[in-house]
Design a protein around this ligand. Structure first.
Ligand code: 2BA
Length: 108
C-alpha cells in the first residue's frame, strides 16, 4: 500500500475528489497554504493499494490544471530615484504528488 500526498489547487480539488470517490478511492482533504505564494491550496491524503496507484495518478493528472499567475516582485529602481513595482509570471500546478510506502494500515 502507498500513501499519496497530493497538493492541488483549490479550484481543482472538488473535481479531483469527486472523480476519486466515483472510482472507489477514499480521500481526505486538508486545507493548506503554499509557502511561496502564501495562498490557499488543497492537500489530499489517499491510502491506495499498489494496484490502484496508477489509476489514482491518472485521475489527479486529468483533473489538475496548470495556471499562469502574476506575482509582485521587489520594486525596481529606474531613472535614479523612481521606484516602479515589477511583476513576474509563474506557472502553478497541475499537482505535486508524493508517494510513500505504508508500513502498516489499521482501521478500528
Ligand atoms: P507555493 O509554495 O505557494 O508555490 C506556488 C508556485 O510558485 C509553484 O507552483 C511554483 O510555480 C512557484 N514557486 C514556488 N517556489 C518557488 C521559488 N522558490 N522560486 C520561484 N518560483 C517558485 P507548484 O510547483 O505547482 O507548487 C504548487 C504548490 O505545491 C506550492 O505552493 C506548495 O504548496 C506545494 N509544493 C510544491 N512543491 C513542493 C515540495 N517540494 N514540497 C512541499 N510542497 C510543495
Amino acid at each position: 500500500m502507498k500513501l499519496l500526498i497530493a497538493i492541488v489547487q483549490d479550484a481543482d480539488a472538488n473535481k479531483v475528489m469527486h472523480a476519486l470517490n466515483k472510482n472507489g478511492f477514499m480521500v481526505t482533504k486538508l486545507s493548506s497554504t503554499g509557502g511561496f505564494l502564501k495562498a490557499g491550496n488543497t492537500t489530499l491524503l489517499m491510502g491506495v493499494e499498489d494496484k490502484g496507484v496508477n489509476e489514482v495518478l491518472n485521475i489527479i493528472e486529468n483533473y489538475s490544471k496548470s495556471r499562469k499567475q502574476t506575482i509582485d516582485t521587489n520594486a525596481t529602481m529606474v531613472s535614479g530615484n523612481i521606484m516602479l513595482p515589477t511583476t513576474a509570471e509563474i506557472t502553478v500546478g497541475g499537482a505535486t504528488v508524493f508517494l510513500l510506502n505504508v508500513e502498516e494500515y489499521r482501521k478500528f
